[in-house]
Design a protein around this ligand. Structure first.
Ligand code: RB5
Length: 152
């Protein structure tokens, strides 16, 4: 699978995550990433699983086609998004509130979706988490064996 310098993203959020998701979509775009924003786009109350599933399906479809697309999911805590995304075989969604775990989720777990809590982290911390996620690469080796054992 091609890991380009500026991988694609598919983003989604519920109403509680939309402001942070919008800020991060703008940030990713400014860094040269191609971002598909599946919404939501305002404060109207919506259900986070709808977006977790839509983004997860899009990530899996792109990856099946050879694109190293990542997902970005934001709800109030990030918890609901991570529960929904991780129900999809092949999705490894990492809920992170600081950069080190975000980097490790890539290096050791080959995470392909980043989940954030829009009511937990501020925009600048979220950007740092996202950049740590982007800058790290999967190390393979023994970690590939362990990742291979995640699906029950
Ligand atoms: C919405 O109020 C909130 O429950 C949701 O954004 C999320 O935090 C769920 O995990």
């Amino acid at each position: 699978m091609a890991e380009s310098a500026a991988p694609r993203f598919v983003a989604g959020a519920d109403h509680a995550g939309a402001p942070l998701k919008d800020a991060l979509v703008a940030h990713l775009t400014s860094l040269g990433h191609d971002v598909r924003d599946l919404g939501t786009h305002g404060p109207e109350s919506v259900d986070y699983p709808d977006f977790a599933h839509a983004v997860s399906r899009a990530v899996l479809e792109d990856r099946a086609a050879g694109e190293a697309t990542f997902g970005l999911l934001v709800c109030g805590t990030g918890l609901g998004m991570s529960y929904g995304a991780n129900r999809h075989p092949g999705i490894r969604a990492a809920l992170c509130s600081e950069p080190w775990s975000a980097a490790m989720s890539r290096r050791h777990n080959d995470a392909n979706v980043l989940c954030l809590g829009g009511r937990v982290v501020g925009v600048e911390l979220a950007k740092a988490i996202l950049e740590a996620f982007l800058e790290a690469s999967f190390e393979g080796g023994r970690h590939a064996r362990r990742v291979g054992k995640i699906e029950p």
